[in-house]
Design a binder for this molecule. Structure first.
Ligand code: AKB
Length: 332
């Protein structure tokens, strides 16, 4: 697998007229299905291919193409990209912070080896490549309130280390070979339809389900743990708008995006405006509390706002109303 393919005569970057054909890896995690839905509205159902190593539920098959793809299988991934004339790759396959600490070897394999495969394939096939990064790419020595785009990044989780590695590799290949690498640092993402899997910010999804079912949430973080968060529809819209931004507008290749920051107690208070009887008890677990304490409490996203017009639609109030309404709708 030689990187020099990028310089050969047979590969040229896609022209603006060229059909956008998207492949999403790790498509059955928290973010893939919703992003595919948004992209399909703009580029057509069959031009957005979801992939994962798991068997999807029937509605995923019904809504558009789905293929098996293991990011550790370089040759098969290459075959998919070539046969499907893929032009954009969205690389969602990764182990999140808490689950990564519980299985460092697997996290290293998926988050680093898998990323290397995707970077090589993007170079070789002149793809526009999106790789998400995270608030977890910062650590205890980073400025936390707010964390700017460019600062010290010494994360203490394998997840964070792999994400910093991804940011740096992508930017290196962009500067050296012109890879169209694009990376957003996501806050904790709050969604209804697709649960998060093994993150430190997951409580902020579970608390809504508990509020509507038992009326009691046991939180694994302290009540005053403030973290940046975002509604999933803002996250998808940011991703699509960033992928569509003309290259000449991008002064960076890795941007923070922000929407709101809250603590467990603040989100609980906002939920109590709708459900006054919500009870929250706190039982901090050492692993997730230590991770959260090392992450930014606020994100500075002025560069994203200036360069490509990022603006969130959801604040805490809108997020809480929308989550409660959506969960209720789903149940009826
Ligand atoms: C996690 O908690 O690991 C993720 C993230 C903030 O990247 N949700």
């Amino acid at each position: 697998r030689e990187m020099s393919r990028w310089n050969s005569q047979d590969a040229s970057p896609p022209s603006p007229q060229e059909n956008v054909r998207v492949l999403i890896t790790g498509g059955l995690g928290q973010l893939g299905v919703g992003l595919a839905q948004m992209l399909r509205k703009q580029y057509g159902r069959d031009n957005v291919i979801l992939s994962d190593i798991k068997k999807p539920p029937p509605h995923v098959y019904a809504n558009g193409p789905f293929v098996y793809a293991d990011v550790l299988d370089y040759k098969h991934l290459r075959e998919l990209i070539v046969n499907n004339r893929v032009t954009w790759l969205v690389h969602y396959s990764a182990l999140l912070s808490a689950v990564g600490e519980a299985n460092v070897a697997l996290a290293r394999k998926i988050n680093i080896t898998g990323l290397h495969n995707v970077l090589d394939l993007a170079l070789e096939n002149c793809l526009r490549l999106f790789v998400p990064s995270t608030i977890g790419a910062f650590g205890p020595s980073s400025p936390r309130d707010p964390a700017p785009d460019l600062c010290v990044q010494r994360p203490r989780t394998i997840y964070g280390v792999s994400k910093v590695h991804g940011e740096l590799m992508g930017e290196y290949l962009h500067h050296k070979y012109g890879l169209d690498f694009r990376c957003l640092r996501y806050p904790g993402v709050i969604s209804v339809n697709t649960p998060p899997g093994g993150g430190t910010t997951d409580y902020a999804v579970q608390i809504f389900h508990d509020a509507l079912s038992t009326g009691h949430h046991e939180c694994y973080l302290r009540p005053d743990t403030r973290l940046p968060m975002m509604h999933i529809s803002d996250c998808h819209r940011a991703t699509v708008e960033f992928m569509q931004a003309p290259e000449c507008q991008l002064s960076l290749r890795t941007y923070n995006i922000a929407a709101m920051s809250f603590t467990p107690e603040e989100v609980a208070q906002e939920i109590r405006k709708h459900l006054p009887h919500l009870k929250v008890t706190y039982n901090p677990d050492t692993v997730r509390q230590t991770i959260a304490d090392s992450w930014p409490v606020r994100f500075d996203d002025t560069n994203a706002r200036r360069d490509w017009g990022w603006a969130p639609a959801f604040g805490l109030e809108e997020l809480v109303s929308d989550m409660l309404r959506s969960i209720r709708d789903k149940r009826t």
